[in-house]
Design a binder for this molecule. Structure first.
Ligand SMILES: [Zn+2]
Ligand SMILES: [Zn+2]
Length: 379
């Protein structure tokens, strides 16, 4: 069976010949892959040769944003049947800790998890995949053309959920009853800064804008970039981070309300990410989802920083991966996002390529590129 991945000791992306998987357990499902989205994680794994291959193996199949059609099910499978479209979750629990034992491996306590296409487990850039029913989330047929966004949106759903869970500590006050923290328009009269307008930053902007939040999104692209156009469609304001210091960015966001209620970091740019902390508003929250590479040492005033975080009741929280519940939340929001913001999900896809064009797919030479989708089997 054709697959795309990495070979131990051999940099770059390669075509692989792997055995076709079979159902061996009653709770397993065989899926024929349809589409796999590529993101910064995939590109960085290849570009920086961050191979993370299981012991005893010499290859790993890449790809972790995948949807496919159920081909066959084991005898104990109850919720899926052949023909169903599914989105496949990424992380497989350690089997030891309570979060993993309760299908919340995104909160694993031991670090002994694996991840499809990223960490020691084969991914989805191939024709067939077998996995357990609990890791497959059924996609409503009417959103099949958007469903490749389920995984990245689930990451954002988890990050935004952290904001709502943690900020329930506050009286989420404004003069409008419809802006309560539990209501769909919970962001009304609040201000957010999204750092980075890559696919995750754009999806975070979308989700936060759906909640009516006044939203600013930074990036380092010129005003005529398609990302800036998408931000405009969402009613968000683009802030060119090249033209402003972190202090100036926060000042700019604070202009309408006087405070910045939430920051969502999705760039992985460690320098900017850290330098925004000293300018956080009182009682605000800062969610970090970008993962920087390499080392970066900077000098900061430790006493000032700790004093500020304590005195201002500030929260800085990291959020990684997502679980089945976040996939379900994403599936519930995908159509609403696309319809509310002029077909933005369709527009985010810069190119669709067949799996055979993997070498081209992992070469980004268009500065206007946002998202690549591999079409494994046409609709
Ligand atoms: Zn665990
Ligand atoms: Zn309000």
């Amino acid at each position: 069976m054709f697959a795309v991945g990495m070979l131990r000791g051999k940099p770059g992306v390669h075509s692989l010949e792997v055995p076709a998987p079979e159902i061996n357990e009653p709770d397993e499902v065989l899926v024929r892959m349809k589409e796999v989205g590529l993101d910064g994680t995939d590109f960085n794994i290849v570009r920086y040769n961050l191979q993370d291959i299981a012991e005893g193996r010499n290859e790993i199949v890449l790809g972790h944003e995948g949807i496919g059609v159920v081909e066959a099910v084991g005898s104990a499978v109850k919720t899926l049947a052949p023909g169903d479209l599914v989105s496949i979750t990424v992380r497989r629990g350690c089997g030891h800790c309570e979060p993993c034992l309760h299908n919340q491996s995104d909160m694993c306590m031991t670090g002994l998890f694996t991840e499809r296409g990223i960490h020691k487990m084969d991914g989805l850039l191939t024709q067939y995949v077998v996995d357990k029913e609990q890791y497959m989330v059924k996609v409503p047929p009417q959103i099949r053309k958007l469903a490749v966004f389920t995984e990245p949106l689930s990451i954002v759903e988890k990050g935004v959920e952290q904001i709502r869970v943690i900020q329930s500590r506050l009286p989420w006050y404004c003069p409008h009853v419809e802006h309560g923290l539990d209501s769909p328009e919970w962001g009304g009269c609040k201000v957010a800064l999204v750092v980075g307008a890559g696919p995750l930053g754009l999806l975070a902007t979308a989700l936060i804008r759906l909640a009516r939040t006044i939203t600013y999104t930074t990036d380092i692209v010129p005003e005529d970039h398609p990302k800036v156009h998408l931000l405009g469609d969402m009613g968000a304001t683009y802030v060119d981070a090249r033209a402003k210091t972190p202090e100036q960015i926060v000042d700019f966001c604070c202009t309408p309300i006087g405070e910045l209620n939430m920051i969502f970091e999705a760039s992985g740019a460690a320098d900017t990410a850290l330098k925004l902390i000293p300018f956080m508003s009182r009682s605000s929250i800062y969610v970090m989802t970008g993962i920087p590479r390499g080392d970066l040492k900077i000098e900061l005033d430790a006493a000032q920083l700790v004093r500020q975080v304590v005195r201002y009741n500030q929260v800085v929280v990291g959020s990684v991966n997502s679980n089945r519940r976040h996939f379900e939340m994403a599936l519930g929001d995908i159509a609403r996002i696309n319809e509310s913001f002029s077909g933005m999900l369709d527009e985010m896809v810069s190119r669709r390529l067949p799996l055979e064009d993997y070498a081209k797919a992992f070469t980004i030479d268009d500065p206007r590129h946002i998202k690549t989708v591999m079409e494994i089997e046409p609709w």
